[in-house]
Write a protein that binds this ligand. Sequence first.
Ligand SMILES: [Zn+2]
Length: 444
Amino acid sequence: MKKRVHRTRRRLNFILLLLGLAGLAVIVAGQGSAPQWLQRFSSPSEQAGEGPRHVPNGALNTGETMPTSPLASSTPEASPSPSPTPAPQYAEADWIAVGDLMMHSPQVPGAYDAKKKRYVFDSFFSEVKSILSSGDWVLANLETPIAGNDRGFKGYPLFNAPIELADAMKQAGFTIVTTANNHALDQGVSGALNTLKTLKQHQFTVTGTAASAADAAELVLVEKNGIVMGMLAYTYGTNGIPIPKDKPYIVNLIDENKIIQDIRKLRGAGADFVTVALHFGKEYETAPNEEQKRLARKLAAAGADIIAGSHPHVIQPYEVVDMVDEQGRSRQALIIYSMGNFISNQRGLTKEYGVIYKVKVRKQLHDGTIQLTAIEPIPTYTHRYKPDAYYRYRVLPLPDILKASEPDPLLSKSEYPALEAMLSKLTTRIQSMSSGATAPASAP
Ligand SMILES: [Zn+2]
C-alpha cells in the first residue's frame, strides 16, 4: 500500500535536536526560563514549573478557546536557581473546516477582472482569510467541478466553475479539498479528472475523487507539528449520474464497511487521528436525521475522531461522543453533522449562513493519545450586494463583524439587528446537541 504522506518529519527531527541542544545549553548557562521557540510545545503550567498538565476526560471546551498559544505568551520570570528545561508533554495543531463551496451562475460575472482578463474570487474569502490561514489542516468541500473554462460556466444543476476559484481557495488558506459530493460528476468523468488535476496543480491535498484505482488506494496522511491526520471523504451519491462500471474509483460513495476498513488502514499506517468528511443528510433540514446519527456514531466508534459533515446547505449541530478504545482508554470524537454553505447564491431558510470549525488537536507525546481540547464554531454569513449590474459576495465571520468597533462599510446599519438575532439562533442550533454547551461563540 502506497502512502501519500505530506510530512514535516524533518522539521520535527530538527526541533527535537534543537530541544536536546537547548536543554543542555539551558543547564550549562543556568538560565531558568526557556527560550521562546522552546515554549511552543510546553503548556503555561509547565512553564510555571507545575509539572505536566493533563486535561481531564470530558474537559472538552465548547464555544470557547483554550488559553492563547504559549508561543504568544510572555516569557515567565527567570527563576534564580538553575533548573532543567522540562521536555515537551504534547504537540498541538489546529484543525479548521468549512462547509460547501458552491458557484451558482450569479456568482461568476461580478468576479471578472477586465484588466487582468481573468476571474478573481479573492474577495469571497478576504474577510475570513485570517481565521482560515491560522489553521494547520484547513478543509473545504468543493461542490462544483472546475473542469476547464473552455466548457463555459454553469450553475445548478450541472455546475462548472472558473478554475480561478482554486487560486482564491489557495489564497484564502485552504490546504485540503474534499471532492466527494453529489456534484462531483456534473461535468462527467473528464470533468472530475480535470478538477482533480487543477487542485493538485495548486498543491492541495485532495480526497474523495481519484484518477485511477491506484490513486484511490493511496492513503492520505497529513502531518502537522508531529501529529498525523488521516483523511477520508465520501458522498451519499452523484445526483443520479452513474459512476462508470470500469471507473468505480472516480468518486467515493458512502459504504459503511469500506469506510471502517479505510479508517483501520489509516490507523495502521500511522495516523494519530482520522477525519472523515461525509456528504450526507437531507437538504434544508436543520437537524440530523436518524440515519446520519447512526452512521456518524458508528464511524466514530470504529475509530473516526472527527466527522466533517456537509450537504444539507444549512447548519446542523455538532456533538461530542464519549467512547472507550480497544486499549480501554477513554476517547472522544467530534461529529459535525453539517457546516452549511460556506459560499453560494442560495438565500433564505438560513442557506446564506455557514460555520467555520476551529478545533485544537493535542497529542500526548508519552502515549500518542489525542484530545480535542477546544471546539470553536464560528458562524459565517455570505453577504451579497450589488454595486453595479452584478452581484458581489463576501463570507463574513459573524461574531467578529458584530463586535467590531467600526461598522462594516458594505453593510447597512439596518442589517445589524437581523444578523445579531441570526447569530444567536445559529449558535443555539449549533450547540443544541452538546451537553456541555456554554456561552455562544460571540460572547465577549
Ligand atoms: Zn451536496
